[in-house]
Write a protein that binds this ligand. Structure first.
Ligand code: SF4
Length: 291
């Protein structure tokens, strides 16, 4: 059986950057805390833990003083920076520059929206760290939507600014924008004068992977998708694989591979999320090659 790794699978630029920054900080020999898991991947979290990175939650963070804390690629709300200032915590800020730019864009749009009486709508996953960081820029004054049925929460008599969390599906985002536009048009027929401004803020590192993975899933007999279970990007890309190839399997480590998946298969494709380390994808491919 031929085994192929999808060439773009593995850490995106933002996660790679955060992991590198963590490695450099740990190399100095000082104690380094990370606010939340650095990446939605237990294997990589464990690797960095073995090098000394201590993952903490928000509750522990507020109790820390005089130490170093790493901010991961997802970014943080302003309240985190306030706590750090109060507690003399040195932040090692590994916020992805793309997320940082999005935070600033949402903040500027919100200032404008408040003046106009418009609404900020964010397509994202409730409770996701990046979404918490984005909402924090605008005092939580946005409507979070995860699917078309959530659009009922919008007021179609007020103008709308639509943004997206960086790791969401482009096709779903486009569907949401179309539905909002249709709903506005319906209101317009009744005399409303509202507008929709769409900001496609899905990261290119994610949106470019979607069509590639779709094509990759089509050309193999079996697909093994490697990702942490908590990765929203992983869930989204795995759904893309499953929609193209019913013989797709989601795993988080090589121990979950089942020999029966490959019965009669001539080719197996291995791919993963933006939070999946390349070394883990390679381990999975190696394990399949010796089945
Ligand atoms: S997916 Fe894009 S925005 Fe998110 S961390 Fe990676 S590079 Fe940055």
């Amino acid at each position: 059986m031929k085994v192929e790794i999808e060439s773009t699978s593995g850490f995106c630029f933002g996660v790679e950057n955060a992991v590198t920054i963590a490695g450099q900080a740990l190399a100095s020999g000082e104690k380094v805390y990370c606010l939340g898991e650095i990446v939605h991947n237990d294997n990589e979290v464990e690797r960095l833990r073995s090098l000394g990175l201590i993952t903490i939650d928000y509750d522990s963070f507020t109790k820390l003083h005089d130490c170093k804390v790493l901010i991961r690629a997802h970014g943080e709300p302003p309240a985190t920076y306030d706590t750090a200032r109060r507690n003399n915590i040195t932040l090692i800020d590994a916020t992805c520059p793309i997320v940082h730019t999005l935070q600033e864009r949402i903040r500027r749009a919100w200032i404008q929206a408040v003046k106009e009486g418009s609404q900020i709508v964010i397509y994202g996953k409730k409770g996701h760290a990046e979404v918490i960081g984005l909402l924090g820029q605008i005092d939580g004054d946005a409507i979070l939507v995860s699917n078309v049925s959530d659009l009922e929460k919008l007021d179609y008599n007020r103008s709308i600014y639509l943004f997206s969390q960086t790791t969401m599906s482009k096709s779903e985002f486009e569907k949401l924008a179309r539905t909002i536009r249709d709903n506005i048009e319906t209101e317009k027929n009744r005399g409303s004068n509202v507008t929709l401004k769409v900001f496609n803020t899905i990261c290119g590192q994610v949106s470019r992977r979607e069509p590639r993975i779709r094509e990759f899933a089509r050309k193999h007999d079996v697909i093994v998708f490697v990702s942490g279970k908590g990765s929203s990007n992983g869930k989204m890309l795995f759904e893309v694989c499953s929609s193209e190839n019913s013989n797709s399997h989601f795993i988080s480590s090589p121990s979950e591979i089942e020999k029966g998946w490959f019965a009669g298969a001539a080719t197996a494709g291995i791919c993963g999320a933006t939070s999946t380390p390349k070394w883990l994808i390679r381990q999975v491919a190696d394990a399949i090659e010796v089945l």
